[in-house]
Design a protein around this ligand. Structure first.
Ligand code: GUN
Length: 282
């Protein structure tokens, strides 16, 4: 089975559109600010896609582009301006940032009520403590949970193997799956004998940025394979971290690239923008 992220995303978009209309009828206009510093080509594409989606749903979207020489203090001032602007509900600073800027300091500068990425330490803490409160969670792993749920793939008791240790995907993904009752193994690019781990995964989530790292023989027959990669192969074609052609014959369910995880990330960002908007108007 091919997991169709695009289809789920379209369905969720339709209900969010209605939700935006009902908020607007009450005089509330959801508003997301995305700050992009520098000219990273992948970031440009991600930010453009986020903007387009927001517009499509009727969410007000500001993309604030700054040059690659923008300083940390300038960025802190800019965030402060948006923190104090009551018309803004969510602030997203696109990562990675140029090297003169400390990401940790920037993440901490975003007001907790506007942390649409869920990157602030208290939100990460709630996730890892399995808090029952409402809090934002990194959009890619949260979107993957929505996708699993849609296909009735229940992580409870399953062995989930995460490949990749990033703060944006790997780490929060493991926490979400653990919270959902999975047995979680974290692996990454330094893991010795990686295949021995991946072959025992009932749910395999791969987020390394290494094109075709995972071969068909690395997948357990019948497993659910989630490919977060957005890589270029030797011909410049967009491919994932999983060799889809080979793995689709082994997996029970698998996400394609493109059309799998990507659309769900953006839809989740919009869901969280609406959550923060509602929370600000309670
Ligand atoms: N860069 C890649 N993914 C993300 C994301 O989910 N949020 C932010 N802020 N930057 C990213």
């Amino acid at each position: 089975m091919i997991i169709n992220g695009k289809k789920i995303s379209n369905e969720l978009d339709a209900s969010m559109k209605k939700e935006v209309l009902s908020l607007k009828a009450k005089g509330i206009e959801p508003k997301l600010v995305v700050i992009l510093v520098g000219d990273d080509p992948a970031s440009q594409i991600y930010v453009r896609n986020k903007h387009r989606k927001a517009i499509k749903l009727g969410i007000k979207s500001i993309v604030d582009r700054r040059s690659k020489t923008f300083s940390q203090n300038e960025l802190l001032d800019l965030i402060d301006t948006y923190n104090r602007d009551e018309s803004v509900h969510g602030i997203l600073v696109q990562l990675p940032l140029p090297k003169q800027i400390d990401e940790t300091a920037i993440i901490r500068a975003i007001a907790a009520a506007k942390d649409v990425d869920g990157f602030r330490p208290e939100n990460v803490g709630k996730l890892f403590a399995n808090s029952k409160e409402h809090y934002p969670v990194s959009c890619t792993p949260k979107g993957i949970m929505t996708m699993l749920d849609y296909y009735h793939i229940d992580p409870k008791g399953q062995h989930a193997v995460i490949v990749g240790d990033s703060n944006i995907v790997g780490r929060p993904m493991g926490a979400l799956l653990l919270n959902a009752g999975a047995t979680v193994t974290y692996t990454h690019i330094l893991t010795k004998n990686l295949s021995e781990f991946t072959r025992t995964a009932d749910i395999l989530v791969v987020a390394t940025g290494v094109a075709h790292l995972i071969k068909g023989s690395d997948v357990k027959p019948g497993a659910t394979v989630i490919d977060v990669g957005m890589d270029r192969d030797e011909n410049g074609k967009l491919v994932g971290d999983v060799d889809f052609e080979a793995a689709q014959h082994v997996a029970g369910a698998i996400t394609p690239v493109p059309g799998g995880v990507g659309p769900m990330t953006i839809t989740t960002l919009m869901q969280q923008t609406l959550e923060l908007t509602k929370a600000a108007n309670r």
